[in-house]
Design a protein around this ligand. Structure first.
Ligand code: PLP
Length: 348
């Protein structure tokens, strides 16, 4: 007999993007923010005392909860912190799903959802997006205990309107999890929904918009009853003293945050336009990446050629994405490096 539970034995696990250590790489593969976090973050980190490290952290991360509550216009009881948005996704699957309680989502999307389903021995009902990435009507008709909508969606960059989300939350019997990891780069969000719906759970990340992927911090927004249930599932000390201080400092500095977001949005429009001029099809993105396809060339080949030139983008060899590249929006200099190299790689 094998040592592992059957579903673990059969699971593939999630494959993260490459994290090379060499500084000269133009890294446009994991949707990190190209700009550093607010200077206020390093300032608070330099003030951490050994006494703070000796003690366990605040189990509820109240300093962050209060700041996030104020910024999102909700009560602190509507917020729960996690060791990255990914931990909150894991907690949600554990809390709502099992072998009799399936999860559903539209594909293509974040591949972690299917991985987490497998780990929880839970069926994943996958409904395909249409060519324009509209929310499939069939999603509301599944018997899912948990319906996930990644909004804006990864890796397509597409977005579903708040009105459509309201309809979905209303139609389904289970929980609607809106993964808003990329919402900082979009025009709208679904925070308002938690006022009217006790089955809506929103997940946010500090990794993308706030430039803190290295500290691992995310948070959930929902009605207090849903938050209280999720709290039972988490580790007592799931976020640490150092990351609470860093994340709180970052979210409090909204001015710095907004300035960086505007820079990325501007670069997103420029990169989209320039890639189209090089013959790529690039759907409008509401996130900090674009999904680009060039019908004249194999994505895998462009990926390899860029890699040889120390430029990293993301390629997913899965149905529907096999000829597309997901490219993170970098600084204008990084985007220029990418564009110049693409001009050399693609014969005219
Ligand atoms: C990045 C990301 C998350 C959360 O990432 P963390 O770094 O764990 O906060 C969640 N969902 C999607 C779709 C993401 O891309």
């Amino acid at each position: 007999m094998g040592y592992f539970r059957k579903n673990i034995e059969q699971a593939e696990g999630y494959t993260p993007g490459l994290q090379p250590h060499r500084a000269e790489v133009t890294k446009l593969n994991t949707n990190e923010n190209p700009y550093p976090p607010s200077p206020a973050v390093l300032e608070v980190l330099s003030q951490i005392t050994s006494e703070q490290l000796r003690r366990y952290p605040d189990p509820n991360a109240d300093e962050f909860r209060q700041a996030a509550a104020r910024i999102n216009g909700v009560e602190p009881g509507c917020i729960m912190c996690g060791n990255g948005g990914d931990e909150l996704l894991k907690i949600a699957l554990q809390a709502f799903c099992d072998n009799k309680r399936p999860v559903s989502f539209a594909v293509p999307t974040y591949t972690l959802y299917a991985v987490l389903a497998k780990l929880n021995n839970c069926k994943a009902i996958e409904v395909a997006f249409d060519k324009e990435f509209n929310l499939p009507a069939k999603l509301s008709a599944t018997p899912a205990a948990l319906t996930i909508v990644c909004n804006p969606n990864a890796p397509t960059g597409s977005i579903v309107s708040r009105e459509e989300m309201v309809c979905l939350a209303d139609e389904i019997k289970g929980v609607l999890l809106v993964d808003e990891a990329y919402v900082d780069f979009a025009q709208d969000n679904c925070t308002e929904l938690i006022k009217d719906f006790k089955n809506v759970l929103i997940i946010r990340s500090m990794s993308k918009g706030y430039g803190l992927a290295g500290i691992r911090f995310g948070y959930a927004i929902a009605q207090p009853s849903l938050i209280a249930g999720l709290m039972k599932v988490k580790d007592s000390y799931n976020v640490n003293t150092v990351s609470i201080a860093a994340a709180a400092a970052a979210i409090k500095d909204q001015k710095y945050f907004r300035r960086n977001i505007e820079k990325t949005k501007k670069e997103r429009e420029r990169l989209t336009e320039q890639l189209r001029q090089l013959g790529f099809t690039v759907p409008k993105s509401h996130a900090n990446f674009v999904l680009a396809e060039n019908s004249g060339y194999k994505a895998a080949e462009i990926y390899d050629k860029l890699l040889q030139r120390d430029i990293l983008v993301r390629f997913f060899p899965v149905p529907g994405l096999e000829n597309k590249l997901r490219i993170t929006i970098g600084t204008s200099r990084q985007n220029d490096i990418l564009l110049d190299n693409l001009k050399e790689i693609l014969p005219h």
